[in-house]
Design a protein around this ligand. Structure first.
Ligand code: C2E
Ligand code: MG
Ligand code: MG
Length: 257
């Protein structure tokens, strides 16, 4: 236990140092139209470019960032990078929507919406092309804090999507109270299509009932893409199209004829 605690404390120190040294890098995973495969946007996904250990995926450090609160600063860096990138793409005439993940912790900060909007405005990007990905757990707060925050975000022109839809409680009555523009269907349902298609069909039906745009996550096969297209799921993301890519590779993909 002592050893585990030491390792944790060391990692925490490394993470704070990494923030100062700007070792976090944003990768971009294309979001495509399910029917045609055309790229219409991207999700910004963070990576840690560790000087000794190389590239580290978020699952190895996001949980500790969450429990220590470091995630707030990390998310601020990722969002600022994403907003600046979006402004550059717009200047080049690239018509993309960029989505950015937000930690549930952000919702306990009463200034979150105001600060986020200010950063986007400062970056000079079109706010209607920025999307914040939130998770259901953020909405379970008993007070009306999350509602106020989402209203302010939405009033700025930014959109909000619910990440990993179907994984949590998905209390539809609760969900419908919030200004949410899109649902991202958790990749477990897409991966489980072979064994449990009725459940995936039900989730797709829920998206239609809620009259929200939907995005299928983790699409890896042509059969999964066809299923999503058949269910009217407008957009998809997954290894079938591309994994999260470093900026240069993502841009090369956009330029491919
Ligand atoms: P997420 O937001 O649900 O992101 C989707 C994850 O699915 C990404 O994992 C992506 O690489 C992976 N993925 C995409 N297509 C496929 C596929 O076809 N098959 C499979 N098996 N996986 C696929 P990644 O990049 O490792 O990120 C993991 C999670 O870490 C994200 O899940 C998100 O919750 C969190 N995360 C990533 N970046 C940030 C960030 O900047 N801030 C915060 N707060 N969380 C982040
Ligand atoms: Mg996400
Ligand atoms: Mg997700």
């Amino acid at each position: 236990m002592g050893q585990a605690l030491r390792a944790r404390t060391e990692l925490e120190g490394d993470l704070r140092h990494a923030l100062e040294q700007r070792e976090f890098e944003v990768f971009y995973q294309p979001r495509v139209l399910t029917a045609s495969g055309r790229i219409v946007g991207a999700e910004a996904l963070v990576r840690w470019r560790h000087p000794a250990r190389g590239l580290i995926e978020p699952d190895a450090f996001i949980p500790l960032c969450e429990s220590t609160g470091i995630v707030l600063e990390l998310d601020r860096q990722v969002f600022a990078t994403a907003a600046a990138q979006l402004a550059r793409w717009q200047a080049l005439g690239r018509d993309l929507v960029l989505s950015v993940n937000v930690s549930p912790r952000a919702f306990s900060d009463p200034h979150f919406a105001e600060q986020t909007v200010a950063v986007a405005v400062q970056a000079g990007c079109d706010l209607s092309r920025l999307e914040l990905e939130i998770t259901e757990s953020m909405l379970l707060d008993a007070g009306d804090g999350p509602l106020q925050t989402l209203r302010a975000i939405s009033a700025s022109g930014m959109t909000v999507s619910l990440d990993d839809f179907g994984r949590g409680y998905s209390n539809l009555a609760t969900l419908s109270r919030f200004p949410i523009h899109a649902l991202k269907i958790d990749r477990a349902f897409i991966a489980g299509l072979d064994e449990n298609q009725p459940v995936a069909d039900l989730i797709a039906q829920l998206c239609r009932l809620m009259k929200l745009r939907s995005v299928a996550e983790g699409v890896e096969t042509e059969a999964q893409r066809r299923w999503a297209a058949g269910q009217g799921i407008e957009q998809a993301q997954g290894y079938l199209f591309a994994p999260p890519l470093p900026l240069a590779e993502f841009e090369a993909l956009l330029d491919r004829p």
